[in-house]
Design a protein around this ligand. Structure first.
Ligand SMILES: [Zn+2]
Length: 1199
């Protein structure tokens, strides 16, 4: 048998004409069937993602070739070569009528498929025929042979009899092998994730396209799909999908672009989602699945026996198939916690995998399925109803379990559990728990009170893992007779309520669109005995449906205009369903919400019901000192306040969402992180449906909710973040700008700044060079002018104006103080911050021409929202600035600081003009020596020309630090928030870096320990490029908020002087000696110079190794992207970093003679002034100014 080597995919030319794939020139025209008119409605439903939902809708699937798809690496090619082929024939066509047209085809046979290609260069076949579909292979005249399937015949012609014999033998062997395998392991009907007709550009008829697992398969039509005969399979590990048009999208692979079109936008969204999932699945490694499947029993579904189960119940310790997983999910996480072997990588810790080796399907069968009557057993093809019935009996009722000898004797069960967990006998623990032993029973030992603590004491890692996964499990009850009452056994206050409501069908996905009135049906609803039932009418006896109150996890009240009914509310259940109710009357709806809430919220959290809420429910969280433990808490969202009753605290606590320091989503929308001053709360998404709703609601509540001052995101001292950002920026960059606040910015730019600040001020960082001071000052004015109620409020406005007319100075000041006290807190804080700022601005009037009077002319009409006709508006502003100290009771310390700041800036301005250079941009900045601490602070004036090395020398010099040989003293930019730092190259200019520093960054001068290793590496290296694998993680923007998500994946990188390239996949790296240069196009590419590389990756992102890099990429449009790299070893990290360092900064990474560096001559007028540390003030102003002790100018106190 000739076994030619498969051509490497990389060798395939990229420009293969699109039509060659599907131009069926070799097929008679009548073979084209347009199956559009086939009633295929049922197939359209398959796209539903929720397994519990789709399984009930999926029709019995024909035997399709899902489980060993073409080109899977596990199926090596048996035979390959050129053959002549004539078009396929139906059995009804007599052999004499057969066409004599033959075409050369590159044919490949592996154990699962016979495929043929246009040429040996093609990545995508023209046809694939499953070996299992071939019924016979027979030789015919003229060195031809036929491959016969039950309704198609494919004829191939060989060059010689010997060749024909070879091919026939190979085919027959493959068929036999296939049959043998089928007997051992019946083929599993695969369920497509998405299937349907799609238009493919360049092809006349619609194709039947199937997304299954990590493949996209193309079939000519539904019939061929059912037969299993397809065109080609696209391996999504090289795929990428891109939205191109309203109804079109591209599936891009290195070899070809497939442009698909759908009928509707909605349909397109479904396809995109399905294909993206397929990519995710292709990229997820099989590691976990392979490890779990190492035990033979784990290779068949624990419940129905289907092969290749890739889901698991992590508390029951069972490996199950996708269909059973759907039903497990329906049972709820308290019975079975369902996770994917392939996608939920994070849950698969070593302990959990090991636990599956010890328990797994074998032990699970012995315990849970000890007494299954054959009539009730499941098969791979069992219907969804049978599955649900069986699984409910099995795990909820414990019907088939093996009874433990202590069954029914609680005390003995508990005692036995405490003993079992000290041993390696996991099966015993499983049996005890499954028979009712209490997982948190008291062990009798106060030192280790629970079984978990006992196991920990005994060092039983796996026992601990098992117990932890079952902490919240609901095991079958002791007494099977009382099962019926189980759901009602939770003692709830008996709330009763009844009346008519309008109801829509329940859904498993979040509602995307408005539900019109017509979509609701009138139902008689009764809340009683812990069940909310709905009936056709008030006389009906049998309910149309019911919701058990104990299963309600969340209650939400959408805004009144959300749906066709003015008042609606949503009920979310444990089983991931959402019920929407509507009412004609607002009061009636409120009453229902109150009653349902009362029925499902436990007594200890009833406090939450005292106030109106938009959303109420239970969620899992981690907080405070018990971060390792997930607990359940009760949450209520009222406007921007999230009220919580935590498990361990007696009363509710409130989080002000608009005052959060951080709000982010970790993982794949799984954990919501809320950082408040001094505390962090992690809310975990146990269930997808209600959690998605919570996410949206909390994010919305944390954003500015309107235009009034108190609706803004607020900073520490109640100043809206938006105001504060502008003031801060002007203080840094605009104090000496001529006509500041008087000059107008460009309208479009002002608008843009204001919009971004309004959207999420917390995330906006204004930068010099990017934002002009006049644009920012105009944005601030615009914001203040547009405040719906004005800064001084509508009601008090005239009182302020009247005060301006008071002649007696003392009386006037005390009246202003009085009025200030009457303002709402946020307004008061804002007025103070603003006047304090204007006070600073007028101190520079010599330069900026904005004295108090001028500022008053500008700000009077702005703050009082008038046209400026009334002189009094300006008068008020002028008074407030003039009497700033007294009106706002500025205390001594505050005043001193303020003066110091101003005088420092004045001084610098004077110094600058004296030396004849433009020094307005000079900064005095805080730099630390070795580490950030008060005692290591140094304040250095940074002229525009100062390099990192000059700064380093300056600091060392001041502290009298002597440089020894091989002490690589370097200035680092440290970003505390990102937990990353960057050594500055010695030639880098410090000033631009200072301008770009965020508030959580600072500069430190310290020794760079890795420098020597880097220098040695660079010295030994030939060339200045580097290639290799790193783990890559990108932050994709979530919900447009720029929140991080995603995980690390292996990628191949090539770095050279011009750019850094990323390759998604290097296939068969051994096959091409020339390295990856000849591989396909890079997935991404960045200019080397546009990257800023930091050492370190923040822990929150769970980097796979501790040798990480945080990379910031600034695009030409000044958009910032951030992503992460991880190396396997420290050496790798140093090599990469050294290469970046070298490529970005030119020839050398370290000066040859550092001590001889030219230092700027000390400023003559500043040189003698000793610097004092400036305390880190709350208002971020610190980095723009410095303070001097003895300052002649401080005598110039404000008027
Ligand atoms: Zn199954």
């Amino acid at each position: 048998m000739v076994n030619k080597e498969e051509p490497s995919l990389e060798d395939v030319p990229r420009a293969v004409s699109l039509t060659s794939l599907l131009s069926e020139g070799d097929e008679p025209e009548e073979e084209f069937h347009d199956y559009e008119d086939i009633p295929n409605g049922t197939w359209d439903d398959i796209g539903l993602r929720s397994p519990s939902f789709s399984s009930s809708l999926v029709p019995e699937v024909p035997p399709t070739p899902m489980e060993g798809l073409p080109s899977t690496p596990s199926t090596p090619v048996i035979k390959v070569g050129w053959l002549n082929k004539n078009p396929p024939q139906g059995p009804h066509i007599s052999s004499t009528a057969r066409s004599y047209i033959y075409q050369k085809r590159w044919v490949k046979l592996d154990s699962d498929y016979l495929r043929y290609f246009d040429s040996d260069k093609d990545a995508y076949s023209k046809r694939f025929i499953p070996v299992s579909c071939i019924s016979r292979v027979s030789g015919i005249s003229d060195q031809k042979f036929e491959v016969i399937t039950h309704n198609r015949t494919f004829v191939f012609r060989t060059e010689s009899d010997a060749e024909r014999k070879d091919w026939m033998q190979a085919l027959q062997q493959a068929m036999e092998e296939q049959r043998r395998r089928a007997q051992l392991e019946p083929p599993c009907p695969g369920i497509p994730d998405q299937a349907g007709n799609l238009e493919l550009r360049g092809v006349k008829n619609k194709l039947y396209v199937v997304v299954a697992g990590d493949k996209v398969l193309l079939y000519k039509n539904l019939e061929e799909y059912q037969l299993g005969i397809g065109i080609t399979a696209i391996d999504m590990s090289v795929g990428n999908v891109k939205d191109t048009d309203r109804r079109s999208f591209d599936l891009t692979t290195p070899y070809r672009i497939f442009s698909f079109s759908t009928e509707t936008e909605l349909e397109k969204a479904e396809w995109l989602e399905a294909m993206q999932d397929a990519i995710a699945e292709a990229l997820s490694t099989m590691d976990v699945a392979e490890q779990i499947w190492a035990d033979a029993p784990n290779r068949l579904c624990a419940d129905c026996g289907a092969p290749h189960p890739d889901w698991a119940s992590i508390n029951l310790c069972l490996v199950i198939c996708k269909r059973c997983a759907g039903e497990h999910r329906w049972l709820g996480p308290s019975v079975s916690k369902v996770r994917s072997l392939k996608m939920d990588r994070k849950v698969w810790t070593e302990d959990l995998i090991e636990l599956f080796h010890h328990l797994g399907n074998e032990a699970g069968r012995r315990f849970w399925a000890a007494n299954v009557p054959p009539s009730e057993a499941l098969h791979p093809s069992s219907s969804p109803e049978d599955r649900r019935h069986h699984l409910e009996a099995k795990y909820r009722e414990g019907k088939y379990r093996r009874y433990h000898r202590f069954f029914g004797k609680q005390e003995e069960l508990d005692k036995a559990l405490c003993v079992a967990v000290t041993t390696t006998d996991l099966e015993e623990t499983q049996a005890l728990l499954g028979c009712g032993a209490a997982i948190n029973c008291f062990s009798g030992d106060p030192e280790a009170p629970t079984p978990l603590a006992v196991a920990r004491q005994a060092g039983q890692r796996l026992q601990m893992e098992f117990l932890r996964n079952n902490q919240t499990s609901e095991m079958p009850r002791l007494d099977p007779v009382s099962l019926v009452e189980k759901h009602y056994s939770v003692i709830q206050p008996t709330v009763s309520h009844s009346g008519f409501l309008f109801k829509t069908a329940s859904v498993a996905k979040p509602l995307q669109e408005r539900r019109s009135r017509e979509e609701f049906s009138r139902r008689w609803c009764v809340l009683s005995e812990g069940v909310l039932s709905y009936y056709e009418n008030e006389r009906a006896v049998v309910p149309n449906g019911e919701i058990r109150v104990s299963e309600i996890v969340c209650l939400s009240v959408p805004p009144s205009d959300a749906h066709g009914f003015d008042s609606t509310f949503e009920v979310y259940t444990e089983t991931e369903r959402m019920y929407l109710f509507g009412s004609e009357s607002r009061d009636l709806a409120r009453e229902w919400v109150r009653c349902i809430a009362k029925a499902f919220v436990p007594a200890h959290a009833e406090e939450l019901l005292c106030r109106d809420f938009e959303r109420l429910g239970r969620l899992s969280y981690k907080a405070g000192l018990s971060l390792q433990r997930t607990q359940e808490g009760w949450f209520a969202l009222s406007r921007s306040e999230l009220r919580v009753v935590f498990k361990e605290s007696p009363s509710e606590e409130a989080l002000q969402l608009r005052k959060l320091q951080e709000l982010s989503i970790e993982g794949d929308k799984e954990v919501l992180v809320l950082v408040e001053r001094g505390r962090t709360l992690y809310i975990q998404g146990e269930r997808k449906l209600d959690f998605t709703g919570w996410l949206g609601a909390i994010q919305k509540a944390a954003a500015s909710s309107g235009d009034t001052l108190s609706e803004q995101q607020l900073g520490d001292s109640d100043i809206p973040v938006i105001v504060y950002r502008c003031i801060d920026y002007i203080t840094q960059c605009g104090l000496t700008s001529e006509g500041i606040y008087r000059k107008c910015g460009q309208t479009s730019k002002t608008q843009r700044v204001l919009e971004s600040l309004r959207r999420d001020a917390r995330s906006v960082h204004l930068k010099e060079g990017e934002h002009h001071v006049d644009d920012v000052s105009s944005a601030l004015k615009r914001f203040l002018r547009d405040l719906p109620d004005g800064l001084f409020t509508r009601t008090q406005r005239s009182a302020w104006l009247d005060t301006a007319a008071i002649e007696n100075e003392e009386e006037k000041i005390s009246r202003y103080q009085e009025l200030l006290g009457l303002l709402p807190p946020v307004n008061r804080a804002t007025v103070k911050a603003l006047i304090s700022h204007l006070y600073c601005v007028q101190c520079f009037s010599e330069t900026n021409q904005m004295n108090t009077h001028n500022l008053a002319i500008v700000f009077g009409p702005t703050l009082f929202q008038t046209d400026g006709q009334d002189y009094k508006v300006g008068r008020v502003v002028e008074d407030l600035i003039d009497h700033y100290v007294r009106v706002f009771s500025v205390d001594e310390e505050e005043l001193r600081k303020q003066r110091e700041e101003i005088t420092a800036i004045v001084k610098m301005r004077v110094a600058g003009s004296a030396s004849g250079t433009q020094h307005a941009g000079d900064f005095i900045c805080t730099v630390y020596l070795e580490k950030k601490a008060t005692e290591t602070e140094q304040h250095v004036k940074i002229p525009a020309s100062m390099t990192a090395q000059e700064l380093t020398m300056e600091i060392l010099d001041r502290r009298n630090v002597r440089i020894k040989e091989k002490d690589y003293w370097t200035c680092f930019e440290v970003n505390e928030r990102e937990e990353a730092e960057r050594p500055l190259h010695y030639t880098e200019k410090v000033l631009p870096i200072l301008h770009s520093l965020g508030t959580d960054s600072h500069l430190v001068v310290k020794k760079y320990l890795a420098m020597e290793a880097m220098l040695m590496y660079l010295a030994s290296k030939v060339g200045d490029t580097k290639h290799g694998m790193m783990k890559f993680r990108e932050d994709r923007s979530l919900l447009g908020l720029g929140l991080p998500t995603g995980s690390f994946h292996d990628r191949y990188f090539m770095l050279n002087r011009s750019c850094l390239r990323l390759f998604k996949e290097i296939r068969n790296p051994k096959q091409h000696s020339g390295g990856p240069e000849n591989s396909h196009k890079p997935e991404k590419e960045w200019p080397t110079k546009s990257l800023t590389i930091y050492l370190g990756v923040k822990k929150k992102l769970r980097p796979p190794t501790c040798w990480g890099l945080t990379v910031v990429h600034e695009t030409e449009k000044r958009e910032r992207q951030q992503w992460y790299l991880c190396c396997d070893t420290q050496m790798e990290l140093r090599e990469w970093f050294a290469t970046f360092f070298l490529l970005q900064h030119g020839e050398t990474v370290w000066p040859s003679e550092p001590s001889k560096v030219v230092r700027p001559a000390p400023e003559s007028r500043l040189g003698s002034v000793s610097l004092i540390p400036l305390r880190g003030s709350e208002n971020e102003m610190r980095r723009s100014v410095a303070a001097f002790t003895s300052d002649p100018l401080s005598a110039q106190s404000p008027p």
